[in-house]
Design a protein around this ligand. Structure first.
Ligand code: NI
Length: 210
């Protein structure tokens, strides 16, 4: 009987600890990891010049989530500045410049699983603000103007896995509508050109729950 009571005590303890892992209103999760911004293909077409492609970049991503209820969270996505190569395809491909940007994104999230589950998939929808800076011509004299700020919608999805009651592993993806303009202040452009970056953003990392 001692064995049975020990097993019983152990399983009660295990059950108790799984309850501790439950998501609760007021929980704060902070996650860090590698984050990649992969723009869609064919970001702009400049008359008489060619097609513009913004290349992908990987940085350190950070997210913070505040649980408003056990199943609804508010997430803020931040990262160290991304630096993208900009290529021009006019028959052959060449790098015409670079740009840096910060894409802070605020999302409302829904966690459909029972709050006591160790695996927590979620979906989100939100608002992105992208600020471009440090645009640089790779080749002097090329037609690269500044890029305007972008405000757009985002959708996201991810999975948290509770390693214990404090640490978790996370993978996440966002689709962000980032539409900017290559501004025609540069005489070689003559007018503004729409640039649709509309990237997929992937992040994989670890988190800590407060
Ligand atoms: Ni777009």
């Amino acid at each position: 009987m001692k064995l049975v009571s020990t097993l019983l005590a152990t399983s009660i303890a295990a059950f108790g600890s799984s309850q501790v892992m439950a998501y609760e209103a007021g929980d704060i999760m902070v996650k860090a990891g590698v984050i990649n911004v992969a723009p869609k293909n064919d970001n702009a077409s400049i008359t008489g010049v060619g097609k513009v492609q913004v290349k992908d970049d990987t940085q350190l991503g950070l997210t913070g989530t505040y649980m408003v209820t056990p199943q609804i969270g508010i997430e803020v996505l931040a990262a160290t500045p991304f630096k993208h190569k900009i290529e021009l395809d006019n028959g052959s491909t060449s790098t015409i410049g670079t740009t840096k940007h910060l894409p802070p994104t605020v999302s409302a999230q829904y966690y459909p699983m029972d709050p006591s589950s160790a695996i927590q998939p979620y979906v989100g929808a939100g608002l992105n603000m992208t600020f471009f800076f440090d645009e640089a011509d790779a080749v002097k004299g090329n037609a690269l103007g500044p890029l305007g700020d972008s405000f757009g919608l985002s959708v996201s999805a991810g999975i948290n896995y509770d390693i214990d009651d404090k640490f978790l592993a996370n993978v996440a993806i966002w689709y962000i509508d980032i539409d900017t303009e290559l501004e025609g202040s540069n005489a070689a452009l003559g007018k503004d050109y729409d640039v649709e970056i509309d990237p997929l953003v992937f992040m994989a990392g670890v988190g800590y729950k407060f």
